[in-house]
Design a binder for this molecule. Sequence first.
Ligand SMILES: Cc1cc2nc3c(=O)[nH]c(=O)nc-3n(C[C@H](O)[C@H](O)[C@H](O)COP(=O)(O)OP(=O)(O)OC[C@H]3O[C@@H](n4cnc5c(N)ncnc54)[C@H](O)[C@@H]3O)c2cc1C
Length: 324
Amino acid sequence: MKQVNGEKLLTSLGDGVKNLRGRLTPNAPMDRVTWFQAGGLAELMFQPHDAEDLATFLKMLPQEVPLTVVGVGSNLLVRDGGIPGVVVRLSAKGFGQLDLMGDNRIKAGAICPDKHLAAMAMDNGIGGFAFYYGIPGSIGGALRMNAGANGGETAERLVEVHAVDREGNEHVLSNEDMGYSYRHSSASKDLIFTHAVFEGYPEDRAKIRADMDAVRQHRETVQPVKEKTGGSTFKNPEGHSAWSLIDEAGGRGLMNGGAQMSSLHCNFMINIGHATGYDLEYLGEMVRQRVFDKSGIKLEWEIKRLGIFMPGREVRPFQGATTE
Ligand SMILES: Cc1cc2nc3c(=O)[nH]c(=O)nc-3n(C[C@H](O)[C@H](O)[C@H](O)COP(=O)(O)OP(=O)(O)OC[C@H]3O[C@@H](n4cnc5c(N)ncnc54)[C@H](O)[C@@H]3O)c2cc1C
């Protein structure tokens, strides 16, 4: 059953949309965007041509229309009822650039893959970015999630972020303005990041190459990187590893419908066939309940869950949860 009505929303925006250079798609399937390959429809997807086009669109979008931005979907669980309102997905043409700025600085567009930034830094003998080689997301997702791995994280390398707000006004945020903590930024949820400036340090290229190879090899051994997954499902609680809590609670290999906690890395959830958003989220709450029952620890979702449930297929947070 379809819950969103993109054609109606598009019509309600009027003739102004004819001046846009980007692409508007009513009822866009989000299972084509997310790494899980699951989830409902985006009511109306907008892929802006460039930053100016994005600002023009935001200025014409009525305040009451919900707005969501996505990167390449490697950290997203979309519910089966779809995402109401507009989903902005940045285009590679307008937001995928990488520029060397001098002084070990690199400017990266928000849809640029983290891996490309790591590769450019290596080519130019700039250290500090090898950790990005193992993260399959985009720079926009990394800025929002404070993505990190192998001892490095976004907050360590970031100089400034350029963004637009819900009204289409431009902002420049310093590293401090991003309010970073572990896999979290307290920057306003209204902001769409368009590009950012990063700074590394001089380092031998062979050393960077070796670090990047080590990152890749490690991942291929311990993570189900070739599966339909969303990366780490839960954040590591202070002083604990989420995977070991899940393992001790009997979560390794646990299944619900087409969803399973990976046997290779049990904090990774995978779509083993035709998992729905419901299968995945319900499995996550089953795991949270088991871990709480076993250890008294409340796991917090790292994966971002977006959209609305199908009627009759709501997932209630596990009993120990005090929020959500
Ligand atoms: C196999 C695998 C391994 C992974 N390993 C790691 C890892 O080691 N470390 C790690 O940190 N993560 C890891 N992840 C998770 C994921 O890759 C990161 O969180 C990544 O930064 C998400 O980027 P994305 O472009 O996919 O964002 P999405 O998943 O599309 O979105 C994630 C969040 O970012 C927001 N967002 C995206 N773009 C923008 C923008 N332009 N402006 C504002 N907000 C934006 C979205 O609204 C959403 O809240 C892994 C995922 C997979 C599938």
